[in-house]
Design a binder for this molecule. Structure first.
Ligand SMILES: NC(=O)c1ccc[n+]([C@@H]2O[C@H](COP(=O)([O-])OP(=O)(O)OC[C@H]3O[C@@H](n4cnc5c(N)ncnc54)[C@H](OP(=O)(O)O)[C@@H]3O)[C@@H](O)[C@H]2O)c1
Length: 214
């Protein structure tokens, strides 16, 4: 897949915005969501085939799904970090990605060979432990658990779906001490997504193409 149609959910800043820039530069048709379409910031100044949609992942998907239409790749990137109340963290990080992806699949927006990438975190890796990983880690672990529970069903649709840890990245969430730039993370994720095949379906991957333990 060299170019195509991609949706990036949670694209106002950080890694999501980096993914938008990268895919646009390479000639993709990009659908990008922001919670503040009236003040889109950099999203509003990018040249090329970009469609900006107002969407909060806590909202229903009834308007978004038909507005976006057919897709080759869906990346659910939106997330909240430490300091967010636990209930909101679970709703945004664990429940919303599954609900949003399921809505696009139910609508038939992604066809055979389509790719679904949900941005998770290495902080959500349980590694066999039953101890709490903290609110943020618990939310990403719950996301990973539900993703694994649905992976077989999603595979039946001929899709390749994965969860990906984007690395520790210099964003508002990752902080200034993080070793990776947004561009490095976005390019790594793009390389990974481009080479995903059916044998990779249902996996937990890192931005630099390694499988991550659950
Ligand atoms: N940075 C890291 O080191 C790191 C490490 C591991 C995993 N991650 C994951 O990578 C993803 C992106 O992180 P980031 O570092 O780029 O974070 P960020 O700079 O804080 O950006 C977060 C993005 O998520 C959006 N968002 C938050 N709540 C939303 C909601 N309710 N509805 C729609 N969009 C919402 C934000 O939109 P607004 O601008 O409207 O707030 C923003 O676009 C997250 O899932 C995060 O958990 C990041």
């Amino acid at each position: 897949m060299t170019t195509g149609r991609i949706l990036i959910v949670g694209a106002s800043r950080g890694i999501g915005l980096g993914l938008v820039r990268s895919y646009l530069d390479d000639g993709w048709t990009v659908h990008a969501t922001t919670r503040t379409p009236e003040a889109p910031g950099e999203l509003g100044s990018l040249a090329g085939p970009i469609f900006v949609h107002g969407f909060d992942v806590l909202d229903d998907t009834d308007g978004l799904v038909p507005a976006v239409g057919g897709l080759d790749v869906l990346i659910h990137n939106a997330g909240v970090g430490r300091g967010t109340p636990r209930d909101l963290m679970m709703a945004v990080n664990a429940e919303a990605p599954i609900r949003v992806v399921q809505a696009f699949l139910d609508a038939g927006s992604l066809t055979t060979g389509g790719r679904v990438v949900i941005v998770t975190s290495q902080m959500g890796a349980r590694r066999g432990s039953t101890e709490s990983l903290g609110d943020y880690g618990d939310s990403k672990a719950a996301l990973n658990d539900e993703f694994r529970a649905r992976a077989d069903t999603w595979a039946e649709r001929g899709l390749v779906a994965v969860v990906v840890h984007p690395g520790w990245v210099r964003t508002d969430m990752g902080g200034e001490a993080a070793p990776l730039s947004i561009e490095e993370s976005a390019e790594g994720m793009r390389t990974l997504i481009a080479r995903l095949g059916p044998e990779n379906h249902g996996g937990f991957w890192t931005w630099d193409g390694r499988e991550h333990p659950w």
